[in-house]
Write a protein that binds this ligand. Structure first.
Ligand code: SAM
Length: 280
């Protein structure tokens, strides 16, 4: 069968795709993303044997699964183990020892990797907690993302050898085993996999988010860069209410909170913030 080439999208069609993404995920995509959108979607249209963007938009309106495919294609899932190592050093050297000496009640720590992608961040948090607190703490890391594909990779916990390059060798040996089912892949050991729970959640949809647990630490790194100011404000409010008093929030190194206007957060440097109790 002869497959027809895809007609380039009009500006209006690009704007419509941006609108769907922005309204659902809180992004601030504009028609300036035309090249990115076209380069990522053309292949999908060919797969579907659709030769124009208007027909694809019609499909998006009717088909929820296709909207999920769209989100998978237009989000960026780049991540790595121990990304931005200074933050993990701060967690290990300063924050976790503080929890160990000051936390009242049971030795329990609840962390959330929000926008976890395939789980490298969540496993890095879990390893750091085990190494710093020892095994007699009850530590759980919730890993959430909108990408079902990335969460699947995370919950299986099998990563190609090159991904492990940023894991210190002694921890590579301790927490990973060759994956018998997948040549040149290494799988996270079951004990560490048990520390991490993977769930689909849209940070903009409160109903999909963890509504009951109170968290000690939230990592939400390299997500805000894609989001509109309104979306970031909504999500920060949510984080504030989910964190325990004096809990901690880690953002990506190029992301920040304006603490001169938002007094609920104390900046600790390195894009790490502590929740402050504010009385109005
Ligand atoms: C660049 S990755 C960051 C992964 C990890 N936090 C890190 O810093 O290495 C951004 C992730 O955020 C997810 N994401 C973007 N918007 C989201 C939303 N509204 N709700 C949930 N996840 C979202 C994407 O699917 C992607 O996996």
């Amino acid at each position: 069968m002869l497959i027809k080439p895809v007609l380039p999208p009009t500006d209006q069609e690009i704007e419509e795709i941006c609108r769907i993404i922005n309204e659902t995920l809180g992004f601030n995509y504009t028609s300036q993303k035309k090249y990115l959108i076209e380069s990522r979607l053309n292949k999908r249209l060919l797969q579907l044997e659709i030769d124009n963007y208007q027909s694809y938009l019609d499909l998006l309106k009717q088909d929820r699964n296709e909207r999920h495919n769209l989100f998978e294609l237009l989000t960026t899932n780049v991540t790595s183990f121990f990304r931005e190592p200074v933050q993990f050093e701060y967690l290990a050297d300063t924050l976790l020892p503080r929890f160990a000496t000051e936390k009242k009640g049971p030795k329990k720590l609840r962390c959330w990797s929000a926008g976890s992608s395939s789980g490298e961040e969540a496993y890095s948090i879990a390893i750091t907690c085990r190494e710093t607190l020892g095994n007699n703490w009850d530590v759980k890391v919730l890993a959430t993302d909108i990408s079902v594909e990335q969460l699947k990779i995370g919950s299986v916990g099998s990563f190609p050898r090159e991904k492990l390059a940023s894991v210190p060798p002694q921890w590579r040996a301790k927490y990973f085993r060759p994956d018998q089912a997948n040549p040149d892949h290494f799988q996270v050991i079951p004990e560490l996999r048990n520390d991490v729970l993977f769930r689909v959640a849209n940070l903009l949809d409160n109903d999909s988010l963890p509504s009951r647990i109170r968290l000690d630490i939230i990592f939400c790194r390299n997500v805000f860069i894609y989001l509109s100011k309104e979306a970031r404000t909504q999500i920060l409010d949510y984080f504030y209410h989910r964190l325990h008093t004096e809990g901690y929030l880690f953002l990506g190194h190029s992301e920040s909170i304006d603490t001169t206007s938002d007094h609920r957060w104390l900046s600790l440097g390195k894009s790490i913030y502590q929740k402050r109790e504010v009385f109005s």
